[in-house]
Design a protein around this ligand. Structure first.
Ligand code: S3P
Length: 433
């Protein structure tokens, strides 16, 4: 039975101990995608068993790929992209923008025809940012409603390479084009003014694709068939971010986070919390299949407000809700700008974060492309809506560490999208002081 409300209260706790957060969502999706495109056996360890990544697995099973998911280890036996079968049912992407947008790119040049659909939130999110460049490559994509929103029918066909200037700093758009380029005649390139997360480029290369990156342009040349690999997925820095902020804003806290992915296209959260005053040390640095990994130790220290914008935004786009909560505890003003993309995430995150933090006493205002937060403000308890958005639900959960009264989260089940063990982990590190 789905739980519709969850009430928590951790006032007078500090955040202590050690945590290993679940696997990276973006990397888990890509490991399943490349393991299914490649021929032969792929083994994935540290896989994120969250709702979004499970949708990606289900989609590929429907295409005839054999996938065995045992806890956090996934074994894939694929006949290779050339030998997929047309699914008898729609490919349902649920709430997952990454599944829907990357599948469009992958299916564009396949031998199959499929309809991609999603839940209510995903069905209102823009797909034309992907369908436009894919159609330039020759893709056959049909929107029954004429709107280019999901559901979309895609019929695999042969594609030609393009040189695309990506107007939005979006890894989902870049990835869809690179996946399509894997089988397009010629060299496909995507240029970005601000470089978005590069997990697709890293993993394509790891599986043997001919990918090059220079001066903000990623290019791919149709090349040899990809072969299955073993992929170790590091912990998700976007999930770690909730505990970085938890320890960073709660007086007396010190927390160790192990096995955190530290890809420089994702570490904007570390730059920001350090600039705001949080103590961060990094150790045990290593590399797993092209992805940097390390241990973080986070100490609470006095916080000050800062300005966050420009090239930093794509490096922390998913962390802005939890950064807004941190800013409520900082001395002075925090300005978040250049982040209009937040308005087309799982929910309008500018409106949602502003509404929910205002409810518990924050001094925060929405702007067209961000938020302005004046701090510090004591937070009171109350009911906070997740809007079915996992990152809003977790922001509310972390607020319970400093709120004077309990916090009740509406629709907390959405947290399973990226962090199924979130509440257990929060309980394990919240220590009565
Ligand atoms: C993702 C890219 C980002 C991010 C999303 C995951 C990915 O979206 O917000 O949670 O895995 O490529 P955009 O590409 O739309 O910025």
């Amino acid at each position: 039975m789905m739980k519709h409300l969850q009430t928590i209260h951790f006032k007078n706790n500090t955040v202590q101990g050690e945590l290993k957060v679940p696997g990276d969502k973006s990397i888990s999706h890509r490991a399943v995608m490349l393991g299914s495109i490649a021929e032969g056996k792929t083994t994935i360890t540290g896989f994120l068993n969250g709702e979004d990544c499970l949708r990606t697995i289900e989609n590929f099973k429907q295409l005839g790929v054999n996938i065995d998911n045992k806890g956090n280890t996934v074994e894939i036996h694929s006949p290779g992209v050339q030998n997929w079968t047309t699914p008898s049912e729609e490919l349902y992407a649920g709430n997952s923008g990454t599944t829907a947008r990357l599948m469009l790119g992958i299916l564009a040049s396949s031998n199959v025809e499929a309809v991609i659909s999603g839940d209510e939130s995903l069905s209102s999110r823009p797909m034309d940012r992907v369908t436009n460049p894919l159609r330039e490559m020759g893709a056959s994509i049909h929107s029954e409603s004429g709107t280019d929103l999901l559901p979309l029918k895609i019929t695999g066909t042969s594609l030609k390479a393009i040189d695309y200037e990506n107007p939005v700093a979006s890894a989902q758009v870049k990835s869809a084009i690179l996946f399509a380029g894997l089988q397009a005649e010629g060299t496909t390139s995507v240029q970005e003014e601000t470089v978005s997360r590069d997990h697709t480029e890293q993993m394509l290369r790891y599986f043997g694709a001919d990918v090059r990156v220079s001066n903000g342009t990623a290019s791919i040349r149709k090349g040899p068939k990809l072969q299955g690999q073993t992929v170790h997925v590091p912990g998700d820095i976007s999930s770690a971010a909730f505990f970085i902020v938890a320890a960073g804003m709660t007086p007396g806290s010190s927390l160790t986070l192990t096995n955190v992915g530290l890809n420089p296209t994702r570490t904007g959260i570390i730059d920001v919390v350090k600039a705001m005053g949080v103590g961060v040390t990094i150790s045990n640095e290593s590399n797993e299949n092209g992805e940097p990994v390390g241990t973080l130790v986070i100490h609470h220290q006095p916080l000050q407000g800062i300005e966050i914008g420009g090239d930093l935004i794509p490096r922390l786009i998913d962390e802005l809700p939890i950064i807004a909560l941190l800013a409520t505890q900082a001395e002075g003003t925090t300005i978040i700008k250049d982040a209009a993309e937040l308005r087309v995430k799982e929910t309008d995150r500018i409106a949602a974060v502003t509404n929910e933090l205002t409810k518990i006493g924050a001094n925060i205002e929405a702007t067209p492309d961000g938020m302005i937060i004046h701090g510090p403000t004591p937070l009171k308890g109350g009911t906070m809506d997740s809007y079915g958005d996992h990152r809003l639900g977790m922001m509310a959960g972390i607020a319970s560490l400093i709120a004077s009264e309990p916090i009740t989260i509406q629709n907390p089940a959405c947290i399973d999208i990226s962090y199924p063990s979130f509440f257990e982990d929060l309980e394990s590190v919240a220590q009565k002081s």
